[in-house]
Design a protein around this ligand. Structure first.
Ligand code: SAM
Ligand code: SF4
Length: 326
């Protein structure tokens, strides 16, 4: 079965946020004190997350990415993933993490059926990493990368939020990582989700990143696979990994958007930057699979053609990326 929206896009990818808590406090994602404690009663129990996943898969979703917050800080995540990976029809289970807990957990995640990891790392320099994450230790992320390789994962994708004046001087260092170690690095345009004044000053467009890399390396474009994310991917000829550019703000990938999102509190969203969302809680509480299905069908039917955000214009309510899951 195929899920097609009203603009002819096939929706086959669900991003499921399992928590809004995190062991880091990245400056572009969370405030220094993290998330408000009162929200935690609202976080969906695993039974509800499973029910959503099962329903979505029965409708045509083939890939699920587990995200957060930091998914690995939630108690019971490994058995939940093991159950999820057993749902018939799920072809691809991936997880986004900051990598800090991978040294202890990579092996169990692999055994639970997670097939791919994306790891966020915005600097290759210890002090800068500590600063952007408000205290994170870069060493642990590198240990996490090693543990993932030892557990048999394919080289993870490294997500880098590009920020002018912070890590623009490291774009070529990250690019180097794609040459020999098989890592794919994806540069994400910084998105103004918190109430940040003058956010445009930090923005580096995907095109600028591409121009910078192309000034040093010849690049060839890489073809996209069936569950590909929103990046445009390139490769330095002969390199083992690729370079992705995610133009979340300057746009251009809405036409091929294949995803829906579920927040950690049970809101379904058809577009990261749309204010339109459906609260699934009334149907989750009664275990009403048909009701959830109907809500998701209606959401996909109304999925907007494109988001209204651009570097020159900004139209959406602020939201916590840690709750929506990126
Ligand atoms: N904790 C995990 C991690 O950091 O990968 C998963 C959740 S995190 C919210 C998912 C992705 O969203 C990360 O790659 C993160 O860098 C990205 N992200 C968060 N806030 C962002 C922002 N304001 N602009 C661009 N990307 C952002
Ligand atoms: Fe945590 Fe990921 Fe947000 Fe950083 S980006 S604060 S690691 S949820």
């Amino acid at each position: 079965m195929k899920l097609i929206d009203s603009f002819g896009r096939q929706i086959n990818y669900l991003r499921l946020s399992v928590t809004d808590r995190c062991n880091l406090r990245c400056k572009y994602c969370m405030s220094a004190d993290g998330v408000a404690a009162c929200q935690h009663n609202d976080i969906l129990p695993y039974e509800s997350l499973h029910l959503i996943a099962e329903t979505a898969i029965s409708m045509g979703i083939e890939k699920i990415r587990i995200t957060g917050g930091e998914p690995l800080v939630r108690n019971g995540i490994v058995p939940f993933l093991a159950r999820l990976s057993g749902i018939e029809g799920l072809r691809h289970l991936a997880l986004s993490t900051n990598g800090i807990l991978l040294p202890e957990m990579a092996q169990d995640l692999s055994l639970a059926g997670v097939q791919r990891l994306n790891i966020s790392m915005d600097s290759l320099q210890e002090e800068k990493y500590r600063k952007i994450t408000r205290g994170g230790e870069l060493k642990k992320v590198f240990e996490g990368l090693k543990a993932a390789a030892k557990a048999g994962f394919p080289p993870p994708k490294i997500n880098v939020v590009a920020m002018r004046g912070f890590n623009d001087d490291e774009i070529l260092d990250f690019t180097e990582m794609t040459k020999n170690y098989g890592f794919s690095v994806r540069f994400i345009e910084y998105m103004p989700t918190l109430d940040q004044a003058n956010w445009q000053k930090q923005e580096i467009s995907g095109q600028e990143i591409l121009d910078l890399i192309s000034s040093k390396y010849e690049l060839e474009e890489v073809e996209k696979g069936p569950y590909a994310g929103p990046s445009r991917d390139f490769r330095i000829p002969g390199a083992t990994g690729s370079i992705g550019i995610i133009t979340a703000v300057s746009g251009h990938f809405c036409a091929t958007c294949n995803r829906i999102r579920i927040t950690s509190t049970g809101k379904a969203k058809s577009c990261l930057f749309s204010n339109q969302e459906t609260d699934l809680n009334p149907w989750l509480q009664s275990g009403d699979k048909a009701g959830i299905r109907q809500q998701l069908e209606e959401l996909i039917e109304k999925k907007p053609e494109c988001h209204a955000l651009s570097i020159n214009g900004y139209e959406h309510d602020n939201f916590l990326m840690s709750q929506v899951g990126g």
